[in-house]
Write a protein that binds this ligand. Structure first.
Ligand code: PMP
Length: 377
């Protein structure tokens, strides 16, 4: 105890001086809400509404045994072999990490720090500027066109690297492979990262271009189409030298990013192609249904190749709609950013979840005698 009788130990503000200077002014990423307790319809973080592959669940249960005493395979060799075989690549062209966020972080650190700005779309995954901030990289955000599309020609300019999600998030709009090829042919002096977190819901993968373009790094995840967000597995595909850079960062950071259970589960999930095809088909079906229903309710929806829709209602405040849905235990995501501040990003749930959302929105938007357009919320 101190002389005044107060508990010892510095207050938070006093201890802030111990922070590394690089942390000051850093704007960290804000993940979507993960509410405690049940009863929510979660359409806010682009998770898969369906369970993971039963084969993956079984293999993970089998992996929980006495071998947990031991460190896992630091190379995740069996998993990388499975990925390589599926993609028609060599195992040395595959890197795995603790979620594609970690793979992206290693790519920023290991491949995109060249003293020149990294080019990203202005409306895109908000983690990219965060990695730039963390690693001291200048981030140049290039505006999407009026239809919220990436204009690849804008990216033909000096840069330290290019990062494009395909489909883009949160717009859901896909980039045709021909346009990406056009850009790769012109941008040969820096790495082009294509973040394919949502590619399995309808976009074209650039993995087919890897052996043609040594500057191309494709990143995918098991979080979305494989319904394994909780397992944290992502991977990168590219030229062996790019993969070697990621391995060097990994082994300077954490040699065991994937535990034994995650390696077993991810491998099985990739092998279970029937389950994968079934759940992605269902989500695409519900996405088209939901887009049509939202249009009926007066929403303007961007054409999505992902497992979410970005939609706005011309007469409704997005924040108020989000709040009103929240009161009905339905979560959707809102971003304060200019140009999309009146949009909601709605994850495609199971068909009953999509129906519950449409039901709630119909009730919120019903015309009343006191309102010549729609009821106030
Ligand atoms: N890229 C994009 C575009 C995303 O939306 C996400 C999910 N938030 C990720 C990467 C990261 O996904 P994960 O770390 O779960 O693989």
């Amino acid at each position: 105890m101190s002389a005044e009788g107060e508990a010892e130990g510095p207050s938070v503000s006093e201890a802030e001086r111990f922070w590394s200077p690089a942390l000051r002014g850093l704007h960290a990423y804000t993940p979507g809400e993960q509410p405690q307790g049940g009863g929510w319809i979660k359409l806010n973080t682009n998770e898969n509404p369906y369970p993971p592959s039963p084969l993956a669940l079984r293999r993970m249960a089998e992996a929980v045994d006495d071998r947990l005493r031991l460190y896992p395979d630091p190379q995740s060799l069996a998993l990388r072999q499975t990925i390589a075989a599926r993609q028609g690549l060599q195992v040395e062209q595959v890197f795995v990490g603790n979620g594609s966020d970690e793979v992206l972080a290693h790519a920023f650190m290991g491949l995109l720090r060249h003293g020149k700005p990294v080019l990203v779309p202005d409306i895109s995954y908000s983690f990219y500027p965060v990695y730039c901030g963390l690693y001291g990289i200048a981030c140049q955000q290039l505006p999407l066109d009026d239809g919220f599309r990436v204009r690849v020609a804008d990216y033909v300019q000096p840069n330290g690297g290019i990062v494009l999600p395909n489909p883009n998030a949160p717009t859901g709009i896909g980039l045709p492979l021909g346009e990406l090829r056009w850009l790769l042919e012109r941008n040969t002096g820096s790495v082009v990262v294509v973040d394919e977190a949502y590619v399995d819901f309808g976009a074209e993968s650039a993995a087919a271009l890897i052996n043609e373009f040594p500057q191309l790094l494709v990143i995918q995840t098991l979080s979305k189409s494989r319904a394994l967000a909780g397992l944290r597995v992502g991977f990168a595909l590219g030229h062996v030298d790019l993969i070697q850079a990621l391995n060097t960062v990994k082994d300077s950071f954490n040699s065991y990013p994937l535990d034994r259970v995650a390696q077993a589960g991810a491998q099985a999930a990739l092998e279970d192609t029937l389950h994968f095809a079934d759940i992605t088909r269902r989500i695409v079906h519900s996405r088209e249904w939901l887009a049509a229903q939202l249009a009926e309710l007066g929403f303007e929806c961007l054409p999505s190749s992902a497992n979410f829709l970005l939609a706005r209602h011309p007469q409704r405040s997005a924040v108020q709609l989000q709040q009103a849905l929240r009161e009905r235990k339905i979560l959707v995501r809102h971003f304060k950013q200019a140009r999309i501040a009146e949009h909601l990003r709605i994850t495609v749930g199971s068909q009953p979840e999509c129906e519950a959302l449409v039901h709630a929105l119909s009730a919120l938007l019903v015309p009343t005698p006191h309102d010549n357009k729609v009821a106030s919320l």
